[in-house]
Ligand binder design. Structure first.
Ligand code: ADP
Length: 307
């Protein structure tokens, strides 16, 4: 996963319909795309509507796999509409690039936030996990498995609401054989969020893998490290297979509670035992404690204080 072109994008990108986008600074680079902030223009008039413009060079290597994956990502993403899923506006090709116009998430990802903050507060974790569960419930209801939920794919809009993005590995539940092929050809990146059944041949292609990932996300937001964290992939696999993870000792700086530990413990279990999104958010962790109605964007860098 490299070879993302780093050339500056054209200053103006024009859709076949005639709508123009004035491109701005880069927001980030992914496996095979680069994303820029852009403003939509009505003819030569700026509309003030800012978007994220994802650019994929059509002629780059490894073209075949990347293109196939990209097309399925677009097909899935273009059908979704949920307040906690990055909105998909349109996609078009022009010259050697394909452009995807997405809802702009100007506050970065939960991974960026965690890098700055190291650990989030319990009220933030409650709000974020509730929003993630809302998006996952919506996806699973439509038989879509995201398969790559992780802090780096959870973006933040201008009001610090979570938006699930990057549907590169998302799959509509198809036949087992198709899923097996897809899994073999697409597994890449960090295995920190991988459900253990994915390591077993012929398993791990249903919704349950997303529920496991929610457990990993909740732990990671509180502690700053994934529960099965290790320096090599092999070590992570070993830990995953054993199912053993531990919490750092409780101390003044350790951000955890018995209710959070119960929540994570309910998710990091064999697939058939994992609670569904509605059951997750009705656990004690969310019930008797403070859930903020909003999170200030200053929380990206500074620990907020809660009543
Ligand atoms: P890929 O599908 O190639 O992995 P991503 O979807 O991860 O590409 O996008 C690459 C980077 O662009 C992300 O890591 C993020 O920094 C940024 N990005 C992606 N989508 C958005 C968005 N909607 N709003 C803001 N930044 C985004």
């Amino acid at each position: 996963m490299s070879s993302v072109h780093a050339d500056p994008p054209p200053p103006i990108v024009t859709e076949p319909t005639g709508i123009n986008y004035a491109t701005g600074p880069a927001l980030g680079k992914g496996g095979f795309a680069i994303c820029h902030r852009a403003e939509r223009y009505d003819g030569s008039k700026p509309t003030g509507h800012l978007v994220a413009l994802k650019i994929v060079k059509t002629k780059m290597e490894p073209a075949k796999l990347a293109q196939k994956q990209f097309v399925s990502e677009l097909q899935i993403h273009s059908k979704l509409a949920h307040p906690n899923i990055v909105a998909f506006y349109r996609a078009f090709s022009f010259q050697t690039s394909t452009y995807v116009v997405l809802e702009l998430c100007p506050n970065g990802s939960l991974a960026d936030m965690l890098k700055k903050r190291k650990q989030l507060t319990l009220p933030e974790i409650r709000r974020f996990v509730i929003q993630i569960c809302g998006a996952v419930k919506y996806l699973h209801h439509r038989h879509i498995v995201h398969r790559d939920l992780k802090t780096g794919n959870l973006f933040l809009d201008e009001n610090m609401n979570v938006k699930v993005g990057d549907f590169g590995l998302a799959a509509l539940l198809v036949t087992e054989k198709e899923m097996e092929v897809k899994r073999r050809t697409t597994m890449c990146g960090t295995p920190n969020y991988l459900a253990p059944e994915i390591l077993e041949k012929g398993k791990g292609h249903d919704e349950k893998v997303d529920l496991w990932a929610i457990g990993v996300i909740a732990y990671t937001l509180a502690i700053g490290k994934a529960p099965f964290h290790a320096t090599t992939k092999e070590e992570i696999y070993k830990k995953l297979k054993s199912g053993n993870y531990s919490w750092p000792e409780l101390s003044a700086t350790t951000n955890q509670s018995a209710d959070l530990r119960d929540l994570v413990a309910s998710l990091l279990v064999p697939e058939e035992q994992r609670p569904l999104p509605d059951q997750i958010v009705s656990q004690t962790f969310f019930k008797i404690a403070y859930v903020p109605a909003s999170i200030p964007s200053s929380a990206r860098e500074k620990t907020p204080t809660w009543p």
